[in-house]
Design a protein. Sequence first.
Length: 450
Amino acid sequence: MSSNPVAETVASLLPRAKAELTELVAFKSVADFTQFPKSESEGAANWIADALRAEGFVDVALLDTPDGTQSVYGYLPGPEGAKTVLLYAHYDVQPPLDEAGWTTPPFELTERDGRWYGRGAADCKGGVIMHLLALRALKANGGVPVNVKVIVEGSEEQGTGGLERYAEEHPELLAADTIVIGDAGNFRVGLPTVTTTLRGMTLVRVRIDTLAGNLHSGSFGGAAPDALAALIRVLDSLRAEDGTTTVEGLDSTGTWDGLEYPEEQFRADAKVLDGVGLIGNGTVADRVWARPAVTVLGIDCPPVVGATPSVHSSARALVSLRVPPGVDAGQASKLLEAHLTAHTPWGARVTTEQIGQGQAFRADASSPAYQAMADAMAVAYPGETMQYAGEGGSIPLCNTLAGLYPQAEILLIGLSEPEARIHAVNESVSPRELEQLSIAEALFLRNYAG
């Protein structure tokens, strides 16, 4: 790789990339403005807009999307008649969760054991830096041979659909011959991987009411219907004894045909505690890429500290349901809400509310862009062959773009390999992965230009 001028340029730019990622991670850009100031997200958006302008992008704009957030857009003209490639990333991040669980502060990029730690380092502020590195390497070695559009979303983690709605209202804006989504990851560090499927998702809030108000458990417990106990019964009905998701009307028997996920590797990646079994049946790849999966994201109930001896009158939970390609997320949401209602015991009052949704995605891996990426990956990762994998998570924008631009080829790459621990405490990025994927993206753009 050292004899490749593009690779040499990317390597020389890594210190600058680290400094820039440090600045970008410092913004607490969680797109939930009840938790974090909107100014933090606005600061990150402006940082990206300034970076695009510095690279010669024109038409740079902060797009006010319908969910109250901003996405950053820019256009870099290429040679006359060149193809157009859209590069995607997002600057919003997940909340840091338990900050006490972080070894170093979540919004301070910190190098430790050969990795860079910080919220968004891999998901997906690192993706922004990856795109910048690739373009800078090409500019230093003959120029960028395609027209480049960059779109950096401001609310991907919230699933509120702001950019999707904006794109639908302005269909010409993101039109491209090929779209590179920089929000996925290699199957493991050092194994070049494109993600060809994504599960869709729906978020449903469920509330159960049983009493006019809380009651003393000594005086009324045993006969008074406890809303929290009812909710626990409802949530338990969403899984079979082995943990398989069991939403009535939803198929849980899908299989994955492709790269397998060895159980021991999965246990290590997920950091499953010794003696604790995995849930579900079938191969791990079946379970995480080809089948629905329900997760209870949160429950409103009194904390243990300070709890009183009460029968609870009301309880609610936020439930996530991931659905595989071929399953409509809207229909899955209806099935989930119907299941929650049907399994509410004791005649308790139940209300459900859908608060987020995104469709599953399947790419056409036989397209010319995939060959161009495979050739680029072979150079960036000497001795390795590009692999095709699924992803259990969701990027709702993918289906929106596929619907708007049916002729466009869509590839998913990125920095979120298992060691990155995205969405968890101590998220990190491998600088080696950042380097190699930036090289791969640069060479892909050159290969794709023809």
